[in-house]
Design a protein around this ligand. Structure first.
Ligand SMILES: *Cc1c(COP(=O)(O)O)cnc(C)c1O
Length: 430
């Protein structure tokens, strides 16, 4: 598999290089040179397979010879150890529940696959994973790499801006997992990560590698659950599927659009955001005007400069699709709360991110269409807010309950690169 840098098309790399490097020159994103397509019949055949076998085929269509099929199959099997069920919410709407993995969020799929691929290609070379998280990526990355030889993981997150339980889930591991509470917002964390990747000396010393949604291996893994969703929908509805994606950095939506480009029949995608609505405003007005990031109930989507957006533009350009075909919607915290109550009345307990996707889907779905919204996290990951909104207690799933009583092991740092640099050298270079 060959990929090119979106900021400099002359920079071309193999899949292994793209995974190791994360970003290209000038912080450019990598994008696949070839966009494979399955025929209608091949799609039908794929949809008959089980999740792991189907995912092996999808991933090998992209990755090709570079990782031998048998080894890739083994890696996919190790990564995808939990299901992605479609749960019916009402007549014409269902949720694709992506939160049945070890950290109860969709980022387990990408995080675990990426860890497997890195282990495959790194060999004996020690690497440092440096990533910024607005919540769930951190947990998924930490758990996916925890205990792996030759890998040190450093995770930055905005202090006080992620849920206390989320913090417990990944800041209590220790060992090769180092967590840093940064005095700033998520965009500040992301800027620090970018700065580190621009520092050649540091990059060499640490064999730096990023593991957030910009890594191509994560995106490829996420394509697989869109197929799994359609496979569970009754055959007669498969041509009428509309998928609503709660979006922050827009990795999940990028993966969905890549699934469509492979030939998966999706009638329409909806980009659903909270009031951090840079993309919906861009789609409506045509100009890119990020504003100051605002803290909301759906904190994993509090992103005003979504870093996967250039890939979406490139995919539309390559496929000759019009951006006007991408639907959008913005949901306030107030409406998120009333929507959570509305869903609970229908017997479905959700959480703020998925509720945003449901709201826009419900408002825009037309007669005869079948709607899916992505359930990106388990409701208990947002226990405090969900309990307050619904006025009822939520039991903790075991993975969280076990961690809730452990002490936080995070370091606190200002949003300052020199301080972070010293910290990185001290923690990871042995
Ligand atoms: C990360 C995350 C999102 C946003 O996904 P992107 O790929 O960044 O758009 C939505 N919901 C939850 C719960 C998340 O953790």
């Amino acid at each position: 598999m060959q990929l090119y840098n979106l900021k400099d098309n002359h920079e071309q790399v193999s899949f292994s290089q793209a995974v190791k490097q994360g970003l290209g020159k000038q912080q450019g994103l990598f994008f696949p040179q070839d966009l494979p397509e399955f025929t209608h019949n091949e799609i039908d055949e794929l949809l008959k397979l089980d999740f792991v076998s189907r995912s092996q085929r999808i991933l090998s269509a992209f990755i090709g010879e570079e990782i031998p099929a048998e080894q890739l199959a083994e890696r996919v099997k190790n990564a995808f150890t939990f299901p992605a069920p479609v749960s019916v919410v009402e007549n014409d709407i269902a949720s694709l529940e992506l939160y049945h993995g070890p950290t109860l969020a969709f980022k387990d799929f990408g995080g675990r696959f990426m860890a497997q691929i890195l282990a495959q290609i790194a060999g004996d070379q020690p690497v440092t994973i440096l990533t910024a998280t607005s919540g769930d990526t951190g947990a998924a990355v930490a758990h996916a790499f925890y205990g792996l030889d030759n890998v040190q993981v450093v995770i930055l997150y905005p202090e006080g801006k992620i849920s206390p339980l989320q913090e417990k889930l990944f800041c209590t591991l220790g060992g090769n997992i180092h967590t840093v509470a940064v005095q700033g917002d998520f965009d500040a964390c992301q800027a620090l990560v970018k700065h580190a990747f621009d520092d050649e000396e540091l990059k060499q010393a640490l064999h730096l590698n990023s593991a957030n949604s910009i890594n191509i291996s994560r995106l490829l893994a996420q394509i697989c659950y869109y197929f799994e969703a359609v496979a569970q929908i009754p055959v007669e509805k498969r041509e009428q599927v509309v998928i609503s994606v709660p979006s922050g950095n827009f990795g999940d939506l990028t993966a969905g659009l890549l699934a469509k480009s492979l030939g998966l029949p999706i009638k329409r995608f909806i980009a659903a955001t909270n009031v951090n609505d840079t993309v919906p405003r861009y789609l409506a007005e045509g100009s890119w005007q990020p504003k100051q990031t605002i803290a909301t109930l759906s904190n994993a989507m509090d992103v005003s400069q979504p870093n996967n957006w250039p890939r979406i533009e490139e995919l539309f350009r390559r496929k000759g699709w019009a951006l006007s075909e991408l639907a959008k919607g913005v949901v306030s915290d107030e409406t998120t709360q009333s929507t959570l109550r509305e869903l609970a009345e229908k017997g479905y307990i959700s959480e703020p991110h998925a509720a945003i996707a449901y709201r826009v889907l419900r408002d825009q779905l037309q007669d005869g269409e079948y709607g899916l919204f992505l359930g990106t996290a388990h409701p208990a990951k947002f226990k405090e807010s969900v309990e307050a909104i619904l006025g009822q207690p939520l039991p903790l799933p075991q993975a969280l309950a076990e961690r809730a009583d452990l002490a936080l092991l995070s370091h606190q740092l200002p949003a300052d690169f020199a301080t972070l640099r010293a910290f990185l050298l001290e923690k990871t270079v042995k």
